[in-house]
Design a protein around this ligand. Sequence first.
Ligand code: ADE
Ligand code: ZN
Length: 341
Amino acid sequence: MQETRIEKFLRGLPKAELHLHIEGTLEPELAFELALKHGVRLPYASVDELRHAYQFANLQDFLDIYYTGADVLRDEEDFHALTEAYLRKCREQGVVHVEIFFDPQSHTARGVALATALGGIRRALLEAERRDGITFRIIVCFLRHLSADDAMRTLEEVLAFRDWVTAVGLDSSEAGHPPSKFAAVFDRARREGLLAVAHAGEEGPPAYIWEALDLLHVQRIDHGVRCEEDPPLVLRLARERMPLTVCPLSNVKLNVIDRIEAHNLKRLLDQGLCVTVNSDDPSYFGGYLLENYLAIQAALDLTDADLVGLARNSFEASFLTPADKARWLAAIDTYALSANA
Ligand code: ADE
Ligand code: ZN
């Protein structure tokens, strides 16, 4: 099919992806291939049946399937194949920098060594950097439904790979697991020079966003869309240019919002927030980064200038060096001028 003007424009626009769970890129085809390889029985008869199971009432509903899927990832080659498939999408979609989440506890709890998982992921990232110039950072996330002690033990293990990791994050079931539960873990990570992000205000209340800022001292809020319920919080986020890594298709799939036309992304942008677009768990939510940009553009009638602003924000909010950020911002401006010439 002929590519539309907007699709071509968005594909060519340099973009960074800052909210991507690598386990959430596991496509049903690869899940079945790995299940066969390791003799794992998936509770679905076929690729189609698994894909059809991707209907979620809420975050927990999704997480149950997501953790089942992750069970097929067993050896270093599996993590490499998973990451390589995602990076192939990045190359096709004009994603030039990625900051990926990885959940160590999902794997170590099953007896998969941290070195196996992290090693496979990093090898694929290094190859893509060399081959395609796609730069990367790795963010290690703690599962918030588990205890703070478990997270602390995980952090100590991760510190053996300190040079491979840029930041820590917080994900999984949000309600009932406030950021405050992990304040000591994030303190320890900060003392090691690690940066921090946290999922907050996806299903949880604005109070969790305040906690992530004041107790975890994060550099970005993942999702954060519920900030709108708290006007003083919105003012603070705008004043501090605190980035939100928003995931439009995810928000619809997990019923965080009713329909994409009702998404608050444009209202947040108009209030001066540093909003970015991301795909979260693209295999489960029906689209990678380009599809997220396309969906939100069409639903909210975003202009080319809005889209350029979103791409600029993705680099501003990234953990790239100031020199690399400046280089990409200049590249975006040059692209926008030539595309509109
Ligand atoms: N883990 C993977 N995707 C997630 C999401 N959207 N929210 C919380 N935890 C997650
Ligand atoms: Zn997420």
